[in-house]
Design a protein. Structure first.
Length: 352
């Protein structure tokens, strides 16, 4: 049975939804407002990152939804954009946490839930990506007060900084190609995407996209990068072979986050300002459906069998306690259920 774990920022809890019946089956207190969460590769554990000075990671056993550990990390605060401040290596050994208020990265050994290192980086780290071979961690430092942001490269074997790479203004997400050759970073302030050659640790291309790029994902085959442009209400499509924009797709208001199906066929982009989900067919780069979801959709995920999309509707800035998760069937692109949670759900993860 697959489960959806949802971080409720306003309620200081994590809700669990049973995907078989799309019903709420558990609410787990995590002792602070959760910012983000990640699951172990086998889905056995959930790691919930909570804000605070200091912040902490709550470890949940997904078998019985029990809290098994509480790990203190650096200082963290919520940003009103979808971020990825916690990641786990593909082999499940190491957890990395970007502490945006203490300008550091906490390294946790997943075997015994012990902090083994604290790595100082540049201002306001918010996004983390890990190379497919688990050798390096790339951290996007996103200071709003700096004209030039940076990417810190950490070696996982030594937990040491190997390089710091300058990119454009306000690095607003980072993704690595499946072959581990290139990293793509949104530069939100400069309306650009930077491309880093992973071998040389240098920027090899800067691509103009739309206004305020906020998220990007790379197709699993590595051929295309899709970028949400929040202030232009578009999605840019970059062909990685030539590193240029080959298509610009108009969507609804304030596209903010997206996911791509494992078969490369479809892109699902949530529109934070429009309360909708845009579904793009990658073969034609055309919108094939626009689905109404809840208020202020903030994050989304796809089940491993690609049958359902779950959207966390955050209700940011509106009535507390009215947050929901929308369930969409991918076969029909229709809403089949709305699960009421409350507490401003802002992040979710789905067990395999």
């Amino acid at each position: 049975m697959s489960s959806v774990y949802v971080a409720n920022f306003g309620g200081s809890r994590v809700s669990v939804i049973d995907t078989k019946v799309n019903q709420l089956i558990s609410n787990i207190a995590v002792g602070g407002p959760p910012l983000a969460l990640v699951l172990s590769p086998n889905g056995q554990y959930g790691y919930i990152l909570c804000e605070g000075t200091p912040g902490h990671v709550t470890v949940i056993d997904t078998k019985d939804h029990s809290v098994t550990a509480l790990i203190e990390v650096g200082s963290l605060s919520f940003e009103e954009i979808p971020t990825k401040p916690i990641m786990i290596t593909h082999d499940g050994k190491w957890i990395y946490v970007a502490n945006n208020q203490s300008n550091s990265v906490t390294v946790i050994d997943a075997k015994d839930n012990r902090v083994v290192a604290t790595v100082q980086v540049e201002a306001e780290p918010l996004f983390i990506a890990i190379t497919p071979d688990d050798q390096y961690v790339y951290v996007a430092n996103s200071s709003i007060n700096s004209a030039v942001a940076s990417v810190t490269v950490i070696e996982t074997r030594t937990h040491q900084v190997m390089s710091t790479i300058r990119v454009g203004g306000f690095a607003a997400n980072i993704r690595i190609t499946s072959d581990g050759r290139y990293a793509y970073i949104c530069n939100s302030r400069d309306d650009q995407v930077s491309v880093i050659d992973m071998k040389t640790k240098k920027v090899i291309a800067t691509i103009m996209v739309g206004e305020s790029p906020s998220d990007l994902e790379i197709t699993p085959n590595g051929k295309y990068v899709f970028v949400t442009n929040s202030d232009e209400n578009t999605v840019s499509v970059i062909e990685t072979k030539v590193n240029r924009v080959i298509s610009t797709i108009g969507v609804d208001s304030r596209p903010s986050a997206l996911v791509i199906t494992a078969d490369d066929r479809f892109v699902y982009a949530i529109n934070l300002g429009g309360n909708t989900l845009s579904i793009i067919e990658t073969k034609t780069n055309q919108i094939i459906a626009t689905v109404r979801v809840g208020s202020a959709p903030f994050s989304l995920g796809i089940t491993s069998d690609r049958r359902y999309v779950y959207v966390a509707n955050s209700q940011l800035g509106t009535i507390p306690g009215e947050g929901t998760v929308t369930v969409i069937e991918t076969k029909t692109n229709q809403v089949i259920s709305t699960v009421k949670l409350g507490g401003n759900p802002i992040a979710l993860a789905i067990t395999p």
